[in-house]
Design a protein around this ligand. Structure first.
Ligand code: NAD
Ligand code: LMR
Length: 331
């Protein structure tokens, strides 16, 4: 029995994400919360012949609380998306408050739920959720995740394209680390190595495409938003991994942006590898029934990748601090 809740369920990501969750037979209850349109989305999805009972909630009459009661997993794609010319950090002004308020609802109603944060800027919104949970005395670092799976999905697709065979895309695994902004694909560790003789210039172009895949979609949508369908796919990939781990499947590993205290050794080894005492980082994590079991070592990286990590870290530190101080200053 799994109750999944989507906050921001009527949006560009929220609707297809809810559809894909409705398609998972392990989900027995699906609660959809948004400030608009959830009754219609829920009515529509409720006709699909899969087990999940779907209910839509709006803010009046304690809708958020009702949506969250008994939640096992809460996925948050609520908030505004980018337009061309904007950075993810430009979304902070609006999305920080949205995520803070939703996190308060989760902390008070479903503090044990797994929380999967999609709303940008992820490098700041995850610290916001964590600080809200700390404030309510319910913080468990093993259960709060920034969803960076779209970066992983893009890396798989683009590497398969390099191989000239999209059929390989589902099996290509590339660790993508850092943050969401400050994205670092470790292409040297790809399950499907790049062709021998792959030029440094081509490696840099491929790396750039994975790092800035979001811009590609924002530009193509030309003012109508950012990635929604691929994000819904990625969000459900990650959610389904959590569900499988909760059900006892062993050895599930996926990158996610987490508080490093989730690791049994406090992420000390990882901090040494990245050369800075950051509180958050996206790295491959092993999942278990309680959430994070361990944060994996980055392993051997090339000089080029080490340079990318070095460039990403200061920006990450600024993003993280911005999220933390947003809640600190509202204490
Ligand atoms: P959207 O505007 O289509 O949908 C957002 C939804 O959030 C809307 O339905 C809106 O009504 C709802 N919402 C706003 N305030 C709310 C509140 N207080 N409570 C509940 N719902 C609320 O946007 P989208 O394209 O779905 O993108 C959503 C977010 O996801 C953006 O911040 C975007 O940048 C981010 N995103 C993240 C990734 C990632 O890889 N993590 C990828 C793509 C998009
Ligand atoms: C993405 O990577 O597609 C998302 O973070 C959306 C964006 O603004 O780029």
């Amino acid at each position: 029995m799994v109750k999944a809740v989507v906050l921001g369920a009527a949006g560009g990501i929220g609707q297809p994400l809810s559809l894909l969750l409705k398609n998972n037979p392990s989900v027995t209850e699906l609660s959809l919360y948004d400030i608009v349109n959830t009754p219609g989305v829920a009515a529509d999805l409720s006709h699909i012949s899969t087990p999940a009972k779907v209910v839509g909630y709006l803010p009046p009459d304690d809708g958020l609380k009702k949506a969250l009661t008994g939640a096992d997993i809460v996925v948050i794609p609520a908030g505004v998306p980018r337009k061309p010319g904007m950075t993810r950090d430009d979304l902070f002004k609006i999305n920080a408050g949205i995520v803070r308020d939703l996190a308060t609802g989760i902390a008070t109603t479903a503090p044990k739920a797994f929380v999967l944060v999609i709303s940008n800027p992820v490098n700041s919104t995850v610290p916001i959720v964590v600080e809200v949970f700390k404030k309510h005395g319910v913080f468990d670092p093993k259960r709060i995740f920034g969803v960076t799976t779209l970066d992983v999905v893009r890396a798989s697709t683009f590497v398969a394209e390099v191989h000239g065979d999209l059929g390989k895309a589902p099996t290509v695994v590339v660790p993508v680390i850092g943050g969401h902004s400050g994205i670092v694909p470790l292409l040297s560790q790809s399950s499907h190595p790049l062709p021998s003789g792959f030029a440094q210039e081509s490696l840099e172009a491929l790396t750039y495409r994975i790092q800035f895949g979001g811009d590609e979609v924002v530009k193509a949508k030309d003012g109508a938003g950012s990635a929604t369908l691929s994000m819904a796919y990625a969000g459900v990939e990650f959610t389904n991994k959590i569900i499988r781990a909760v059900k006892g499947e062993k050895g599930i590993v996926a990158p996610s942006f987490v508080h490093l205290s989730a690791d049994k050794n406090g992420g000390e080894a990882l901090k040494k590898e990245i050369g800075r005492d950051l509180d958050y980082f996206s790295a491959p994590i092993e999942l278990g029934p309680e959430g994070v079991v361990a944060i994996k070592s980055l392993g051997k990286v090339t000089d080029y990748e080490a340079g990318l990590i070095k460039t990403a870290v200061p920006e990450l530190a600024i993003n993280i601090e911005k999220g933390v101080s947003f809640i600190d200053s509202s204490k």
